[in-house]
Ligand binder design. Structure first.
Ligand code: ZN
Ligand code: ZN
Length: 412
């Protein structure tokens, strides 16, 4: 019965694909940066309202559409809406018309696919019962959009979902999906470390506490956090992306700053790595006679995306039953990060987040055979990033419907 009921909802798919593709191209032409998704959220709100959803605006430009359809479970699906400060170089006839802004991460795919699924769920209401929620969040790229919606009262204003679903277009052949239980995207933390020295003339080092030497020893010592303190086989990345001090050769400055990026898949590893970074910075400051404790300022933090095992198994089984089995593969863990997890976390709800193929299957197969995928296939955030419109959109719409119906269609 679950398979039959999702087939009933998807019976109208062909008729919807035209406007879904038009919406995709319209969004692609008019990309909007993080927290500036005014036109996008207006379009989303109007469409959801016309499909019969009641809508709520949250977190600047976030939109939540709620479709109540009798008793049963509540399923929430989420799409992100923001574009990137990238100048598009694809040459597509629907390329960005906004200077220096581009949908280079496929969030336009996510929005149009979720609108398509929302329409099908509304029109196919006879095949299921429960509540379907379509959530459109701003500002994923800067890690602030989901938090803005949560801080604006998401959990109080929207019914608690039993399960939350999300997808992201990635470097996989179009028409395929990839799922995995457990961590699929890393947690990310950025921190600014400022260490203090004592400035002096470059010719009189004995009068100084040199923050350049101090910072250099911290950078080297930080290389041991993963190599010597993290259990082999556990994943962690510590990158010092910026190191700044001083202005010229004959002045010893009074401070140095480092920008450090940390990635992890495990809360304990994350806590251990962050504690080690602070301990090393304090220790090196003490060793050099620094006159003040170092300052630590955290920014751009993303939670772990950690797929629930039971939800992932149920959704993956529904995908395999609906799509050709070879179209559903196991996702590799990505070192990238997402702020999606804060939405299910606000409700204490389990979730799964899957990867949606967007590459020309022929080009992908050729590049994979030559071992040149990373060179030949433009990745997310590239100015050449160009998901194949079909079958990417229809696969994304079907995946959202099939995953939701794995919960909503089982009552009959
Ligand atoms: Zn992105
Ligand atoms: Zn993205």
């Amino acid at each position: 019965m679950p398979v039959n009921s999702s087939t009933m909802v998807l019976a109208g798919l062909e008729a919807e694909l035209g406007w879904v593709a038009d919406t995709y191209m319209q969004l692609h032409r008019r990309p909007e940066l993080s927290f500036q998704e005014q036109e996008t959220s207006k379009l989303v709100d109007e469409k959801l309202t016309s499909f019969g959803y009641s809508t709520i605006r949250l977190g600047t430009t976030g939109v939540v559409g709620i479709f109540s359809n009798g008793s049963g479970p509540t399923v929430m699906s989420r799409a992100d809406m923001d574009a990137l400060p990238v100048t598009e170089a694809t040459g597509l006839n629907y390329a960005s018309e906004v200077d220096g802004v581009m949908h280079a991460c496929g969030h336009d795919v996510h929005v149009s696919a979720l609108l398509g699924a929302a329409k099908l769920m509304a029109d196919g209401r006879g095949a299921w019962s429960g509540t379907y929620i379509a959530l459109f969040q701003p500002a994923e790229e800067i890690g602030g959009g989901s938090k803005a919606m949560v801080d604006d009262g998401l959990a109080a204003k929207v019914p608690r979902p039993d399960v939350v679903l999300a997808q992201h277009v990635m470097l996989l052949p179009a028409g395929t999906l990839a799922t995995t239980a457990g961590p699929v995207l890393s947690a990310a933390d950025s921190l600014r470390i400022t260490v203090h020295g004592r400035g002096a003339h470059g010719s009189m080092p004995h009068m100084s506490v040199d923050p350049v030497v101090l910072a250099a020893s911290i950078v080297l010592k930080l290389q041991t956090v993963v190599a010597r303190e993290t259990k082999p086989g556990e994943f962690a990345v510590v990158t010092v992306g910026a190191l700044n001090a001083g202005t010229t050769s004959n002045i010893i400055p009074d401070r140095a700053t480092m920008l450090v990026n940390v990635r992890s898949y495990n809360g304990q590893v994350r806590a251990g790595v962050l504690a080690a970074i602070e301990r090393i910075a304090r220790g090196e400051c003490a060793a050099s006679g620094s006159p003040r404790e170092p300052d630590f300022e955290y920014f751009d933090q993303f939670p772990l995306t950690d797929n629930d095992a039971a939800v992932t198994a149920r959704v993956s089984a529904a995908f395999t039953a609906h799509f050709a089995p070879e179209a559903v593969t196991t996702a590799e863990r990505q070192t990238a990060s997402e702020d999606f997890g804060r939405i299910p976390e606000a409700f204490g709800a389990p979730y799964t987040y899957w990867l949606l193929g967007g590459c020309d299957p022929q080009a992908y197969a050729t590049a994979a055979a030559n071992g040149t995928t990373s060179r030949d296939i433009p990745a997310n955030h590239s100015p050449f990033f160009a998901p194949l419109v079909e079958p990417t959109l229809s696969t994304g719409v079907q995946a959202l419907v099939v995953a939701a119906m794995a919960y909503l269609g089982t009552h009959a």
